[in-house]
Write a protein that binds this ligand. Structure first.
Ligand code: C2E
Ligand code: MG
Ligand code: MG
Length: 724
């Protein structure tokens, strides 16, 4: 072109005037200038285009996505570094002017696209159809395991611009989320943050809530909830995990069942939209268990009545109200009379049923503001609120006694029982719950002692006595531990010969402050508190060991409490005491009273028979003071009867006593039982007893009970006398 242009410039212009000629040459040079300028401009434009192309390249190379531009025939025009990186296996194929279709074909042939395996032609056709008609996005797997997201669109000149994003990492995360979500045993929802819509649910949610997946997917999360909670649901997004775990929501299943759940939420992106992942942890059972535990902690398992703990807290509430409003409260302690015999004769299930029935009757007597509790065993308590007149309590106590003593049907057995009721008032008898309960309890014991089936009000003198008793119990426990108890021995004398046949062991408690405490003061305490077991064991062992030091023909008598037949194995205890002391069983007499036989227990009779078979003698003590002595004499072959000293005392002046003593002596003679008179104090008594033919005597006339040392000394003296 430059050559052509110079040719034209040298061609002469024949017909033009000079000026014209001159201007023609001027024109020629102007043209040349313009040409030069145009060439320079074109060069500059090309340079600029190259520069902007380079800038474009630089710019698109910086993009994190792969970019490719194809012309209208699908030939490569431009691609960036990321594009080449994404398709690094095919990068050698990318050249300007090469058709994408061809690179695809080669790639398919050498297995670059795992999705094409086995259906190469088909895959290629689909891919080319997408290329020809770009629509939205699609994914492409590469042979190295990566996933590429492809988005393509038309350029204004009919070409194609394509975007490639390596979404491998995102896909991996999505897959692990899916796995975690779908197979999670906890019901889970994906909930659109702005769309009031459940976007996804896992299988556990479908199973747990009982809705079809399609039904759940159409719902708002709030549709599962109690309407009252709807407003609060928004909070879910702002709470910490701890706050969420501590909050309970009420939801409903498809069948209408209400459940309590804890909802744990966390923000996420779901299908590129902000969403909330919610895990619903069903805590219905846990809440139910908690409620059960709370109930159990405050109620009695058998009767479902409140227990002592709940009663006490209700009493404290009532007492607080009383302090503000003035009206008093009454506490009633109720103990069933002879409940034990129902348990023993009909069995524990019947006993349990009876306690439930009694509980029901007691509850039926009360107003809403009162409370009945089971304190344990056959003991119940009632607190009556707002009592302004003691008569209200009397009315309640009387109705209570009448109601409880109505017959019960225990699985076909008609049973009647009674109750003893003790009543204490607040503020008069105490103004705290424990004190009131204790006072009512003391009054209840008084009611029992007074013959049962009655109610008694607390009196302050009961408290003083109870305290003295508690002190005594404490001291007795210490005395037992510190060997502070001792045995004294009172002789039993054969009336015909005046010889000592044996000694009765009588327990003595020398108390540091109170002097000698008589057994009638502390044996009952020992019996009530269970201390009778160690006390009885001590007496047996000590008496046997002391008697072993006496002459062989002298016996020892030991008193037994009925309770010793119930605690531990008395037979073994006696046998061990004899063996330990090396004492022949024939030298031991055990004294029992009629109260032991009152129960007509097979076990007690069996023990008595076993002891007797061992060679031990059994005596009936204090005979004549019980109710039906003669029948007891028939129930067991006693070796000795001891006539109670109330019949012996003043025998000379009392004709009735004489008749009774005579009858007993003749009974003994005919049954072959030794008869001993207790409480022989005077020569007159002795003369009468001798005249009636009584075998033995015991009493102050012969000797009071003396310590072992005295017995040993007097026995030694007698022995000396005999030898002399
Ligand atoms: P008990 O078995 O009837 O014992 C006789 C009681 O009468 C003794 O009272 C004795 O000291 C008293 N006594 C004896 N002779 C006379 C007398 O001439 N006139 C009067 N007024 N009393 C006389 P003690 O020792 O006070 O014992 C009372 C009761 O305590 C005993 O009555 C017995 O039932 C019980 N006891 C004593 N020691 C024991 C023991 O080791 N174990 C058990 N379980 N009870 C015991
Ligand atoms: Mg006795
Ligand atoms: Mg006696």
């Amino acid at each position: 072109m430059p050559r052509l242009r110079s040719k034209a410039a040298s061609k002469p212009k024949r017909n033009g005037p000079k000026v014209v000629r001159k201007s023609a040459s001027m024109k020629r040079s102007a043209d040349a200038e313009a040409l030069v300028r145009a060439r320079a401009e074109a060069r500059a434009a090309i340079e600029e285009a190259r520069r902007s192309h380079a800038r474009l390249r630089d710019a698109i190379d910086l993009l994190p996505q792969g970019i490719v531009v194809l012309d209208a025939e699908g030939r490569y025009i431009l691609w960036n570094k990321e594009y080449a990186d994404i398709y690094k296996r095919s990068a050698d194929l990318f050249k300007t002017g090469v058709k994408l279709e061809d690179t695809l074909r080669i790639g398919v042939a050498r297995g670059d696209y795992p999705e094409a395996a086995g259906r190469e032609a088909e895959w290629l056709a689909e891919r080319l159809s997408l290329l020809a008609n770009p629509r939205g996005r699609h994914e492409q797997r590469l042979s190295d395991g990566r996933t590429i997201m492809i988005e393509e669109g038309r350029t204004s000149d009919g070409g194609i611009i394509g975007l490639r994003v390596d979404i491998t990492e995102m896909k991996r995360r999505e897959a692990s989320f899916r796995l975690l979500f779908d197979s999670n045993p906890v019901p889970m929802f994906v909930y659109a943050l702005n769309g009031q819509r459940i976007l996804a649910v896992n299988d556990a949610a479908i199973e747990h809530y009982g809705f079809a997946r399609s039904a759940l997917l159409g719902m708002a999360l709030g549709d599962l909830h109690d309407p009252s909670e709807l407003a609060d649901l928004a909070l879910l997004d702002n709470e910490s995990t701890e706050e969420q775990a501590g909050r309970t929501w009420r939801q409903y299943k498809a069948d209408g069942t209400a459940i309590d759940v804890a909802l744990l939420s966390s923000r996420m992106t779901y299908e590129e939209a902000p969403a909330v992942l919610i895990a619903a942890i069903d805590i219905t059972e846990r809440k139910r268990a908690e409620a059960r535990i709370a109930f159990m902690a405050h109620h009695d398992a058998l009767t479902s009545l409140p227990n002592r703990i709940l009663l006490r807290s209700r009493m404290e509430e009532m007492l607080n109200r009383m302090r503000r409003h003035g009206n008093g409260i009454a506490t009633l302690c109720i103990d069933l009379d002879n409940f034990k015999s129902v348990n023993d004769s009909l069995g524990h299930p019947a006993g349990d049923l009876l306690l439930r029935l009694v509980g029901g009757r007691l509850r039926g007597l009360l107003r809403d503001q009162d409370m009945v509790a089971r304190l344990g065993g056959d003991e119940f308590a009632i607190v009556q609120a707002d009592v302004s007149d003691p008569q209200e309590v009397v009315t309640l106590a009387e109705r209570l006694l009448a109601e409880v003593s109505q017959p019960y049907d225990l699985d076909g057995h008609q049973v009647t029982i009674g109750a003893s009721v003790g009543i204490a008032f607040a503020p008069g008898d105490g103004d705290d719950a424990d004190r009131l309960l204790k006072s009512a309890d003391m009054a209840m014991y008084r009611a029992k002692a007074d013959g049962k089936g009655a109610y008694r009000f607390f009196e302050s003198e009961m408290d003083a006595r109870a305290q003295a008793r508690r002190r005594l119990e404490l001291d007795l426990r210490l005395a037992l531990q510190n060997e502070g108890l001792e045995l004294h021995y009172q002789p039993l004398v054969e009336l015909a010969s005046g010889e000592i046949t044996g000694y009765e062991a009588l327990i003595r408690w020398p108390h540091a402050e109170r002097g000698m405490i008589p057994p009638c003061d502390f044996i009952p305490v020992a019996e009530e508190t269970g201390l009778i077991a160690p006390l009885g064991a001590f007496v047996l062992r000590q008496a046997c060991s002391d008697a072993a030091k006496w002459p062989d023909h002298i016996k020892v008598a030991v008193n037994l409490s009925p309770l010793q037949f119930k605690t531990g194995n008395l037979f073994v205890q006696v046998k061990d005491a004899l063996e330990e002391a090396g004492l022949s069983p024939k030298r031991l007499e055990l004294e029992i009273t009629e109260t032991l036989l009152l129960e007509r227990s097979e076990q007690i009779l069996a023990t008595l028979h076993a002891l007797r078979a061992l060679g031990v003698r059994i005596s009936m003590d204090d005979f004549g003071t019980g109710y039906s002595s003669l029948s007891y004499l028939r129930s067991f072959p006693f070796d000795k009867i001891k006539i109670d000293r109330s019949f012996v005392h003043d025998l000379g002046a009392n004709a009735d006593s004489q008749a009774i003593v005579r009858a007993i002596v003749s009974l003994g003679t005919s049954l072959g039982i030794t008869i001993t008179a207790e409480g022989v104090e005077t020569e007159t008594d002795l003369a009468h007893l001798r005249a009636e033919g009584c075998d033995e005597g015991q009493g102050y006339l012969f000797a009071k009970a003396r310590p072992q040392s005295d017995i040993l000394a007097s026995q030694a003296k007698r022995h000396k006398k005999q030898v002399a």
